[in-house]
Design a protein around this ligand. Structure first.
Ligand SMILES: [Zn+2]
Length: 109
């Protein structure tokens, strides 16, 4: 099958290491484009990954949140589950920086 992303190369079966939120899940069967690295996990494999994420308690950790205001700056509410996952506490120092035009990165120091 031709790559669904670049359309230039045939995709090949390969074992791929899967990580989410910095947690190593293991190696899974995937089809990968040797040219652009587009990676697809097929049905059963993505179910396995989902199951593993649930076991690890990190399934669905991505959340929508709203920007609020605080004086002249804006603030971002961090959902409880994410705060617990990162062991964040009130008053804790973090580094916030843009990680692209539509992405913010917050690092716990
Ligand atoms: Zn490709």
């Amino acid at each position: 099958m031709k790559c669904v992303s670049c359309g230039e190369s045939e995709m090949v079966k390969k074992k791929v290491e899967y990580n989410q939120f910095g947690i190593h899940f293991g190696d899974y069967d995937a089809i990968v484009c040797p040219k652009c690295n587009e990676t697809i996990f097929e049905g059963q494999v993505s179910e396995q990954i989902e199951k593993k994420a649930k076991e690890l308690g990190i399934w669905g950790l991505s959340r929508k949140t709203k920007i609020g205001t605080s004086g002249s700056s804006l603030d971002v509410k961090i959902p409880k589950q994410i705060a617990e996952f990162l062991h964040l506490k009130k008053g804790q120092e973090v580094i916030i920086e843009p990680a692209g035009k539509n992405k913010i990165e917050v690092s716990v120091v």
